[in-house]
Design a protein around this ligand. Structure first.
Ligand SMILES: [Zn+2]
Length: 45
């Protein structure tokens, strides 16, 4: 197994996959509320 994908980082938002937004099935996109569009995983302590 190799991890060649650069976007596959531990600090990548798990909800949007690092894109910062969701791809809607009906078309268009919606900003990821989890990371606020940054695409990075937020840590809540
Ligand atoms: Zn996100």
């Amino acid at each position: 197994m190799t991890t060649a994908t650069t976007l596959e980082r531990e600090d990548t938002c798990l909800y949007c996959g690092g894109d910062g937004y969701y791809q809607l099935l009906l078309g268009g996109s919606e900003t990821c509320e989890s990371c606020g569009g940054t695409g990075k995983k937020t840590q809540e302590d």
